[in-house]
Ligand binder design. Structure first.
Ligand code: SAM
Length: 304
């Protein structure tokens, strides 16, 4: 079992956090000791080895896709670091990725804009599995954007930095590489919901807009609503984009505020939740290493 977990080639190359490995091995030893078998030296040696290691502020997490392919991300070990929540993968990102994999036709051959991408789990899963035409990752925090770029590279994709606020120029080499590559066109955009203009959003020509875990603070919710309102008047092939948002309901007040504000800006293109069809509660099922509990969450389907 060690070869399939702590000594798995993926974990050797991209190790999970020291703390996680300690807990995992202690648990494995406890389980083993509760069975009527001989103690296994390699378990104690592996634990002794990890007990001697210093913890770090960064770790890797690997998530297995149903195809057996893996996504590996460099993440922060703290849920809030450098003043942002964006340096870890949140449960809603995992759920949205799972949902996207199950409903991959929604994304096939479309242009997707992701708001508040964080370090990229959902988008990388969609790019690996759902065959989108173009995927635009976006966030506004510089450290998050930096980590996002690293993670996209780590998973074998090339990207084009979008000159949203700063004029980022591509090298000739980068342009040639982007032309010759397979798979979706990937862009990373610096996009702040508070300052992005309708014109900028229109230029992106998104068919689909997605976001995970972006409803967690009343102030942020208002900014999100602002950007959704602008998006509702952006048309691609004569239609506004479809919007899918996944979130964990931590505080019912914040959730209700989001629903109320969403209803307030309702237009033919942004509808409120359609109960039954559009609200799904998923619980428990997880990808490798996510350690999910049973959060309730929702996907809001809009514009359909
Ligand atoms: C809780 S994290 C979720 C990250 C990722 N989607 C996930 O679920 O793992 C919220 C993300 O929203 C981004 N965000 C917050 N306010 C924003 C704003 N005004 N404009 C753009 N992004 C914002 C943060 O930088 C952060 O990456």
């Amino acid at each position: 079992s060690l070869c399939r977990t702590v000594f798995h080639p993926l974990c050797m190359q991209y190790p999970p956090s020291v703390n996680y490995r300690r807990c995992f091995l202690s648990e494995l030893i406890k389980k083993h000791e509760s069975t009527p078998t001989e103690p296994l030296d390699e378990l104690y040696e592996a634990l002794a080895d990890i007990l001697n290691k210093e913890g770090s502020t960064h770790c890797y997490k690997s998530y297995l896709l149903p195809s057996g392919d893996a996504i590996t991300l460099s993440e922060s070990v703290a849920i809030i670091s450098r003043g942002t929540t964006g340096l870890v993968t949140w449960d809603a990102a995992l759920y949205l990725a799972e949902w996207a994999i199950e409903c991959s036709t929604v994304f096939a051959n479309r242009t997707i804009l992701e708001l508040g991408s964080g370090i990229g789990l959902t988008g990388i899963a969609i790019c690996k599995v759902c065959k989108p035409k173009e995927y635009i990752f976006s966030d506004y925090h510089q450290c998050v954007l930096q980590q996002l770029m690293e993670n996209i590279n780590l998973n074998g994709f090339l990207y084009k930095p979008e000159a949203m606020n700063h004029g980022i120029v591509h090298s000739e080499n980068q342009k040639a590489e982007l032309k010759g590559k397979q798979g979706p066109n990937i862009t990373i955009a610096e996009l702040d919901w508070d300052s992005v203009t309708k014109e900028k959003l229109s230029e992106l020509q998104a068919d689909i807009v997605i976001a995970a875990d972006v409803v967690y603070d009343p102030e942020i919710t208002l900014s999100l609503i602002g950007v959704l309102q602008k998006l509702s008047s952006c048309k691609t092939d004569g239609k506004p984009p479809e919007v899918y948002i996944a979130f964990t309901i931590r505080n019912p007040d914040t959730y209700h505020q989001f629903q109320t504000e969403l209803a307030r800006i309702s237009s033919p293109s942004i509808n409120t939740v359609r109960p039954g069809f559009s609200t799904r509660h998923w619980a428990g099922r997880s990808l490798l290493g996510s350690g999910l509990g049973t959060f309730s969450w929702e996907i809001l389907l809009d514009g359909q």
